[in-house]
Design a protein around this ligand. Structure first.
Ligand SMILES: CC(C)(COP(=O)(O)OP(=O)(O)OC[C@H]1O[C@@H](n2cnc3c(N)ncnc32)[C@H](O)[C@@H]1OP(=O)(O)O)[C@@H](O)C(=O)NCCC(=O)NCCS
Length: 333
């Protein structure tokens, strides 16, 4: 069996083949399907500070298995992050998955990494496979869905009106699409606040600066990912306090919005800013994107503050996921 490196310059049939294998492997999962542009950005291409590579197994002229490997370069340089390791259903239980994990460990070891990380649904085959490959659970996660088709908008408006007085010392700013350069330093500060979300042991805080934000905003535009963003500032001095964002895939519209990072920086907590930001952004998003039917969000199952907000808004549990870790031995897989 040959495990081939996927050349992304330009992305060709092999990457499209891995994407097709990914869709086939996860066909039974609920929730949105990742489009090829999003898959390319998430699994294969990466961004500054988090380089990626992708690998594929071809049998009978078709990609039947493969994975992406994230190799952070500015923080977490001890990690190799296995992304979307898949084997198409008709080729399972023949050792392909095992060979890909050994390959990922080899690659990661070659570039000086000591810990493999992966994320899977919390059920078989992924659960049994990850355990058999020597991974142990490091963080519980869950996906929740908000259904815009059945949502009671006036209930959300009432919730927002009730929360706003607590946040009266703050004002909101909103924009659609990439943030202008004047916002990049503020967004870097806000993204560093995301390090306070629960994370697994042996994971370092991510470091952000204006340049990293600039490149990520440009990538969203390149892959046709439209964004709706809101930040909160303290009215007295303009200090940036909180942030939230929802994505929609313009490349392959699928009726889904994707809730991304929501954060309130430490000194601004306790003013219901998280709830105000999420409600205001969701209501605005609903007006701007009437074709979108549902919004999906990811949280650590231990993130009680964020979960309380999501459940109050009406997000409902879709499924549970697990983050896994495994030491990479210095000499063997
Ligand atoms: C998980 C997946 C990659 C496994 O691929 P595979 O090629 O069938 O795996 P292997 O044949 O190498 O299996 C290795 C071991 O994992 C365990 N395993 C595999 N599938 C399992 C299942 N359905 N239930 C329980 N254990 C399982 C077994 O111990 C197996 O060894 P064995 O066959 O000698 O008993 C594949 O089922 C898949 O693509 N699933 C959907 C995508 C996914 O969840 N990926 C995340 C993986 S990190």
């Amino acid at each position: 069996m040959e495990i081939q490196r996927i050349d992304l310059d330009p992305p060709g049939d092999l990457l499209a083949g891995l994407h097709a294998a990914f869709l086939a492997a996860l066909a039974e999962l609920p929730g949105p399907r990742m489009s090829l542009p999003v898959f390319t950005a998430m699994v294969a291409r990466g961004f500054p500070g988090d380089m990626r590579e992708a690998w594929a197994v071809v049998e009978d002229g078709r990609v039947v298995a493969g994975y992406g490997l994230g190799l952070p370069t500015t923080d977490n340089t001890h990690l190799g992050v296995v992304r979307s390791l898949v084997v198409v259903p008709e080729r399972r239980r023949r050792g392909l998955g095992r060979a890909l994990v050994a390959h990922a460990a080899d690659r990661a070891r070659t570039v000086g990494r000591r810990l493999l990380q992966a994320e899977t649904p919390s059920k078989d085959p992924a659960d049994g496979f990850a355990r058999a490959m020597g991974f142990t659970p490091s963080l519980g996660e869950a996906r929740r869905v908000f259904d815009l088709r059945t949502a009671d908008r006036s209930r959300l408006e009432r919730m927002l009106a009730a929360a706003e007085p607590y946040a009266s010392g703050y004002r909101l700013e909103q924009w659609a699409g990439p943030a202008g350069p004047e916002l990049h330093a503020d967004l870097a500060l806000l993204m560093e606040g995301m390090n306070d979300a629960p994370q697994a042991d042996d994971i370092e805080d991510m470091t952000w600066d204006a340049e990293r934000i600039r490149v990520m905003e440009a990538m969203d535009a390149e892959f046709a990912q439209q964004t709706y963003s809101m930040i909160a500032r303290r009215a007295a001095d303009g200090a940036v306090a909180g942030y939230t964002r929802i994505y929609v895939d313009r490349a392959e519209p699928d009726g889904w919005g994707r809730q991304a990072d929501t954060v309130v920086l430490g000194e601004h907590r306790g003013h219901r800013l998280g709830l105000v930001l999420k409600l205001a952004n969701l209501l605005w998003f609903g007006e701007m994107e009437p074709e979108v039917e549902r919004i999906i969000t990811w949280n650590a199952t231990s993130n009680s503050h964020m979960l309380a907000i999501n459940e109050a808004m009406g997000f409902e549990l879709l499924d549970e996921w697990c983050e896994w870790q495994r030491e990479i031995h210095p000499t063997t897989g």
